[in-house]
Design a protein around this ligand. Sequence first.
Ligand code: FES
Length: 71
Amino acid sequence: MIICSCNVLSDEDVRSVIEAERTRSISQVYGRLGCSPKCGRCIRTIRRLMDEALDGACATSCNGCVQSIQS
Ligand code: FES
C-alpha cells in the first residue's frame, strides 16, 4: 500500500528500511529511500511503522521482560 503519495513509498519500502537499517529517525527513513518529506502527511504513518518495529524488536529480544518488570 502506498503510504507516501509524494514520493510513492509503500509500507513495505518503509518497513524494509526500518528493519534492515535500524533507522532511528523519520528523516533517516526518507534519506535511505533517496527522498525527502514534501507535504508531510505520511510522517505519522512512518512514525507508527517505526513504533511497531521497535515494539516487535523489543518483544523478541526482551522475551517478556516488560511483563516481569510490571509484576
Ligand atoms: S505524502 Fe509523504 S511527503 Fe507527502
